[in-house]
Design a protein around this ligand. Sequence first.
Ligand code: SF4
Length: 363
Amino acid sequence: MNTHDELIARIEAGERLGREEGEALYDLDLLTLGQLASQIRERRYGRKSFFNVNRHINPTNVCKDICKFCAYSASRKNPNQYTMSHEEILTIADEAVKRGAKEVHIVSAHNPEVGLEWYLGAFRKIKEAHPGLHIKALTAAEVNFLAESNGLSYDEMIDLMIESGVDSMPGGGAEIFDEEIRDYICKGKVSSDDWLLIHRKWHERGRESNATMLFGHVEKRAHRIDHMLRLRDLQDETGGFNAFIPLVYQRHNNFLKVEEFPTAQEILKTYAIARILLDNIPHIKAYWATSTVGLALLAQEFGADDLDGTIQRESIQSAAGAPSAEGLPLEEFIALIRNSGFIPVERDSLYNELRIYDEGAAA
Ligand code: SF4
């Protein structure tokens, strides 16, 4: 038996893979990887593909940080600063609820001018107006920024988030954990250890979160494997991550010099490897805003079981070239999943199934 066959046999036997084996997965051909990842996905979820009806809100683009990959921050190439008032944020949430949204996903830049109450007060107002609306808000990078700039510990920040109505944390700000790459692409942002610590503390409160990985820029495959394994280690201890979300690097309007962009094959391999390696994180999300809708649909055959949501509007990835500015209508989203051979399942933010759109049940 050669090394590839041994690797395949170990995956089929459900064995956990280590760092070297994780890196060796990239040497398998795409279709083999897809098949292996699909088997795992199908065992867990059959042909179900999850999505939620959500609204992304990005309330400010004014940022004290200078991540090289960022096209969103107003202090760099984007001269159009904006900061929403609470009333504007609430109006967006009101409209989202009218359109059926079950979740608002609120992430912002690190605005040094507005103060803690601007961030937290918005959550309280949304919760008062819509007690049933799930608030997913504040990445670990934002938590770190707000804690540092207000002289608070992470525990104190988490207390305030919970008191203000935050239900779960998004997975942003993880980028790539390797310290050297991180230093190059987003120096000054929350450290990898602190990103993990904040999520650990959040999970220890019985709360759930997601985890992202920004890939396809200057990192190597080994850095992606390292990133996934650091998450797997934390998940072994806390069990609080719902989904892993590989984010494909968007190339426009930023300061990161990237020689070679990832091919569709490399992106699909990365989804499949995530499904195989992350045996303790339930869901692998193909976030169509960064991968394109077509590739996200294809990723369902490579281990991804979640396509995020309708989004309704998005400003961060679209500033860097992603086609997500206006979101996707619900009917179109459902039809796209169906036409790709999967069963659309509307879920809530914590992956409880709300509606299965099997044939005949579609509105
Ligand atoms: S990625 Fe976030 S923290 Fe970094 S510059 Fe952009 S808005 Fe600021």
